[in-house]
Design a protein around this ligand. Structure first.
Ligand SMILES: C[S@@+](CC[C@H](N)C(=O)[O-])C[C@H]1O[C@@H](n2cnc3c(N)ncnc32)[C@H](O)[C@@H]1O
Length: 396
């Protein structure tokens, strides 16, 4: 099943990062000892990504942008956040001035761009809440907003937990892909198995064992119904945590909209035969690779999203699927072209950067098709501009 090795063509890891990774490995070993010698991949990700003060999102890792491990859409172009602000304003036309809640705000750049755009139109929310699991990123967000938009900082409030009641617009870019997943293997005659993480000769390795929950069995049965000839040994992932997360945010929402952007596909596409090695990806200093056991706590481990599962989880909670579409179409629906035309063309270099950024956001070969947007509503019945160009919700 592939032992950890660092034979891949990756940049060297620095001393501090290596020390952190060894501490995370020690936490993993403790967890394995508590669980009979191995842990599920979902538990592995919980520790490697979120262990307080040590995990990937809560240590000294730079994470975002050129000096980090990966670059997200709001980091690529301000037009991304400006488009989302148009969608927020449309909902506000219906709801009046309301609140915004951003999940997983990363460096804080999306919050900054959205707030600036809303301010420009004199449509600031009552409060712009941020809920992020990582204390160190929460600090980073505060510093960024305090430095770049001190005049709007009074509008921003950080939440330690998902609120129990919220009216307004919730949003999250690349949050679902960060949620831990289980890894599974399809075997003939529904004898499905799961991949666990264990330790052999001082190294983290993967091993196969029985399924850890009946929920996995149910989801694997559904996938087998879609692909009855699914190959013996077909490996993939199942995200059970996303259902719990969706239930929590749905129950919190009294009235409003939830907008989630991420890379992923429908269930049928997700488990198509060619994806027989699954959809997990690791990012280390902008190098994408597939060795999930390498440098726990130092590299990003992320997984494509099964949007059919997400949509069903929302529907189970009584929410309405307003739309599902590609990022490119969504941004077009939010008025990307008009926003682009309003930009200052005097500064040639800046304008060229903006043009390149748009290409990355919308081109099918870049983020335009791989990234999807799902919008769900509760107790509002308004059309949404983001899904006006194309709405593929029947595909889910
Ligand atoms: C891939 S980053 C995306 C950051 C930002 N949204 C962007 O687009 O640049 C994932 C973010 O989600 C946060 N996160 C991960 N799991 C979370 C959870 N369960 N609840 C809230 N935030 C979470 C991480 O701390 C991080 O800020």
């Amino acid at each position: 099943m592939g032992a950890a090795n660092n034979s891949e063509d990756l940049p060297p890891i620095d001393r501090l990062a290596l020390a952190n990774s060894l501490e995370v490995t020690a936490l993993l070993t403790q967890a394995m000892a508590k669980h009979g010698g191995h842990i599920t991949f979902d538990e592995f990700m919980h520790i490697a990504m979120f262990a307080p003060g040590r995990g990937y999102y809560d240590s000294m890792n730079r994470i975002f942008g050129d000096g980090g491990d990966f670059t997200t859409a709001p980091e690529i172009s301000p037009l991304f956040g400006q488009c989302i602000a148009q969608q927020i304003m449309q909902i506000m036309e219906h709801m009046g001035q309301t609140d915004v809640l951003e999940f997983g705000a990363g460096s804080g750049i999306l919050a900054e761009t959205i707030l600036l755009e809303l301010d420009k139109h004199e449509r600031l929310p009552q409060t712009y809440y941020i809920h992020d699991i990582s204390p160190s990123l929460r600090k980073r967000q505060f510093t960024r907003l305090q430095t770049n938009i001190p005049q709007l900082l009074h509008k921003v409030e950080w939440l330690n937990d998902i609120p129990t009641r919220f009216d307004g617009i919730m949003l999250g870019n690349e949050v679902l892909d960060a949620l831990p997943v289980h890894r599974v293997i399809f075997r003939r005659n529904r004898r499905y198995t799961e991949i666990y993480v264990t330790e052999k000769n001082g190294r983290l390795v993967l091993e196969e064992g029985p399924l850890s929950s009946v929920e996995l069995q149910h989801e694997m049965d559904r996938i087998t119904q879609l692909w009855p000839d699914i190959a013996d040994g077909y490996q993939s992932e199942i995200n059970l945590g996303v259902k719990r997360w969706v239930a929590q945010v749905s129950q919190a929402l009294g009235k409003g909209m939830i907008l989630l952007i991420d890379y992923g596909f429908t269930r049928k596409e997700y488990y198509q035969p060619s994806n027989h090695k699954g959809n997990l990806m690791c990012y280390f200093q902008h190098h994408a690779h597939s060795n999930t056991m390498l440098y726990p706590g130092v590299q990003d481990v992320t997984c494509h999203v099964n949007f059919s599962l997400v949509a069903e989880a929302f529907q189970d909670q009584g929410l309405n699927i307003a739309g599902y579409t590609n990022q490119g179409f969504f941004l077009a629906g939010c008025g990307l072209e008009a926003l682009y035309q309003q930009q200052d063309t005097q500064d040639e270099e800046k304008f060229l950067r903006l043009t390149r950024g748009i290409e990355q956001l919308i081109m099918p070969t870049a983020m335009g098709e791989t990234f999807k947007v799902i919008g769900v509503t509760k107790n509002i019945t308004q059309d949404t501009i983001g899904f006006s160009v194309s709405n593929l919700k029947d595909w889910l």
